[in-house]
Design a protein around this ligand. Structure first.
Ligand code: FAD
Ligand code: MLT
Ligand code: ZN
Length: 471
């Protein structure tokens, strides 16, 4: 293998080929600490041409490649297997923002750009780059595209897929596909861009992209409201959709249990609403007209919601720092879960019309079969995305509980999701975590079509094998 390592060094420069254990270690464990892999080397390319050369060399030597961005994914997609024969291709050095095109309202950038840096660069030129998620300080745009990340602005601006106009991709053969035209209309046959978005590094390596920009809103108002049940919460969402239409940019749900976990680990994150309501909803409106306009609109809708008894309490953020505190409270639930220890995550979408019955029935089944489990629910309710998480009973050994019950708990949730015509992955992707779940619940025809695509684009199976689909 030394010969191959030397050839990687010839392409990248020796210092960008990491082979020592202490240098490779930071790239081998996923964010949730569920998966720990091994790697022949960690490769750090700087250009698309270097990526293409590496892929050609790996293909010639039958070495498989695990593409990696910020390694914040929840499904083990960017973590190598345990053989020590795979290479990690981490794109963090490809972090140039190539251009902001004001007339076209687009930003052209490399895959290794950190999401927050992209938001800041756009804002400095008076544009909004609307993709926003808790990991934005470390996840990268290539990873966001490869997972088709969602986040908190989806109900207004869509997923990462909806924000992308063009891609540059290195294929499994080491060829460069340049699809960087940045057009809003292009009906020239199959949509190759959409094929690579969400493919989690299994069909090609995304090296650059053209993404949409939007005008920055003039004013944003954020409020927390208390709701007693899911039915009222959905009625509240529908009220906001009707009255605020496109001004509604955030609608996030947090249960009492998830905020209690927050308070346990981050006492400074106390809920400002009185009396620990069953559901706390964070709502954000964004306006391009005036502060006065959006504030009045928010107050009017809240009044209507109180009158209709959809909400029992509300706190409107009086300044930016209070609005940020509301968002921090929402985003800290993930961190509180991590502090609490091993847990089981389900990232699902259910049509909103079935969400209430899904939760009631699944909760009842879960509590009957696993007495004492803690159900930590929260999510992007505005787009039907629920993070339905299970923490082991207090006092039990989390690792032992998960080992004994993980498969059956996933299956319970996934079969309920299928029954409700939902999806077992709303935004986090599949990776290695949901490989079996996808095989069982995607539908046989769809699963076969996915395998056909994988075989056609990567016949040697060198790009992130055994993630998403196994061929
Ligand atoms: P990685 O984890 O490095 O990789 C993810 C997958 O993409 C892997 O399969 C990898 O092989 C592949 N990949 C990475 N880069 C490339 C590339 N250039 N070309 C081809 N394949 C590639 N996700 C959401 O959707 N919504 C959320 O609200 C959200 N919140 C989060 C909050 C926290 C605190 C954390 C830790 C994570 C959160 N995530 C969320 C999950 C995660 O941040 C996203 O999936 C993100 O898009 C992953 O980006 P990354 O750069 O870290 O990718
Ligand atoms: C979120 O919505 O906060 C993220 O998807 C993270 C999570 O599910 O824990
Ligand atoms: Zn989420």
């Amino acid at each position: 293998m030394q010969g191959l390592i030397d050839q990687f060094g010839d392409i990248l420069g020796k210092e960008y080929v990491l082979t020592q254990d202490q240098d490779k270690a930071p790239y081998l464990t996923d964010w949730r600490k569920r998966y720990v892999g091994k790697a022949l080397a960690v490769l750090l390319p700087k250009t698309t041409i270097e990526v293409a050369k590496i892929v050609k060399l790996c293909a010639a030597n039958h070495v498989s490649i695990v593409p990696q961005g910020g390694h914040t994914g929840f499904c083990g997609g960017a973590t190598p297997d345990e053989t020590g024969q795979q290479v990690i291709l981490n794109l963090k050095r490809m972090n140039q923002i190539r251009e902001i095109d004001s007339a076209n309202q687009t930003i052209t950038l490399e895959a290794g750009c950190i999401l927050q840096a992209v938001q800041e660069k756009a804002a400095a030129q008076d544009f909004l780059f609307p993709l926003s998620l808790g990991a934005e300080g470390s996840c990268m745009i290539g990873g966001n595209l490869a997972t088709n990340a969602g986040g908190t602005n989806v109900l207004r601006y869509g997923n990462t897929r909806d924000l992308c106009l063009g891609l540059e991709v290195v294929t499994a053969q080491g060829e460069v596909w340049n699809g960087m035209k940045g057009l809003r209309k292009d009906n020239t046959g199959y949509d190759l861009r959409d094929l690579f978005i969400g493919s989690e590094g299994t069909l090609g390596i995304i090296t650059a992209a053209v993404m949409k920009l939007y005008p920055l809103p003039i004013s944003q108002w954020t409020t927390l409201v208390a709701s007693q049940d899911i039915a009222s919460t959905i009625a509240l969402l529908n009220l906001f959709q009707k009255r605020a239409t496109s001004l509604l940019t955030g609608f996030e749900m947090m249960t009492q249990e998830s905020l209690a976990l927050n308070e346990k680990h981050f006492p400074q994150m106390a809920n400002p609403l009185k009396g620990n309501p069953p559901f706390t909803i964070l709502i954000e409106l964004s306006d391009h007209e005036s502060e006065e306009h959006v504030r009045k609109l928010l107050e009017t809708i809240l009044e209507e919601a109180f009158t209709a008894e959809l909400i029992s309490d509300a706190v409107i953020a009086s300044n930016l720092s209070q609005a940020n505190a509301f968002w921090h409270m929402r985003e800290h639930i993930t961190l509180a879960q991590a502090e609490e220890g091993a847990n089981l995550k389900h990232d699902i979408t259910i049509p909103l019309s079935s969400l209430d019955s899904f939760i009631q029935e699944t909760d009842a089944l879960m509590r009957k079969r696993y007495p004492g489990v803690r159900i930590i629910n929260f999510g992007h309710l505005g787009d039907g995305n629920l993070h339905y998480n299970i923490a082991p009973p207090l006092g039990s050994d989390p690792k032992a509980f998960n080992l004994a019950n993980e498969k059956a708990i996933h299956e319970l949730v996934y079969s309920q999701v299928e029954r409700c015509q939902g999806s077992i992955s709303a935004e986090h992707g599949v990776g290695q975590l949901k490989l079996e779940g996808l095989r069982a619940h995607k539908g046989a025809v769809a699963h076969d079509l996915m395998k056909t695509l994988k075989r056609a684009l990567d016949p040697q199976n060198i790009l992130n094998p055994h993630k998403v689909v196994s061929i």
